[in-house]
Write a protein that binds this ligand. Sequence first.
Ligand code: ZN
Length: 271
Amino acid sequence: MSDERFIQYETEGAVATVTLDRPDARNAQHPPFLEQFDAALKQGAADRDVRVIVVKANGPHFSAGHDISPASAKHFKDVMDPSSGILSHYAWEQENYLEMTRRWRDLPKPTIAAVHGKCIAGGLMLCWPMDLIMASEDAMFSDPVLRMGVGGVEYHAHPWELGARKAKEFLFTGDFIDAQEAWRLGMVNHVVARDQLETKTYELAEKIAQMDPFALRMAKQSVNRTLDEMGQWNAMQAVFDMHHLAHAQSRILNQGNAIQGQTISSMKSAG
Ligand code: ZN
């Protein structure tokens, strides 16, 4: 197993920083990247001296989303078993794209994402579950996966983050919204100049780190539990099943094309 690092973890005083550090691939997420991200957040949660966790990114963009490049396919091959039908795909995404993301949302300490550049599809799953989001003026957000036949990324927080009507436009078009629009919709807490992003993020982190950790935890849980009482988690699980209905649809259509292609080529060879 490679010990290549895609995520950095460091602490200074009461603040831990988890840095997305795969800049050449625009912080695209393959299984090792996600494992390391999850491990770093767990480390921040376990570290007694840490009171606030900051998530930020190296490189020109926050994250290009799930890594669907051919080079990344080997990582997915290791975790998927095509002979199980849709089961291994469903189970892997359920753990890695749904349950794990929910655990990030419910980490026992406050989390702040500092987002710059583009944050696309799966990239949203690295900032939406955080408690607060600081965006720089150049931040842009989109979820264009409808073009790939599914109705949004697996962590379906869209209606909660954007409001139902904007969520539909966001999904139907796949268009970007910029930082100001994200702020207007309540999706991010603050928009700051690009060169101020780190300073402002750490100012906020230090301010929160002064508060009583137990009271912070209760405040965080109060909001998250309210969201769940409003049906957020149940809705996300139901939508995740629809997401896999869409994956199955794509698979059937692709097989249909393959069968049709075979038939055409056998017809040709038969003269
Ligand atoms: Zn999926």
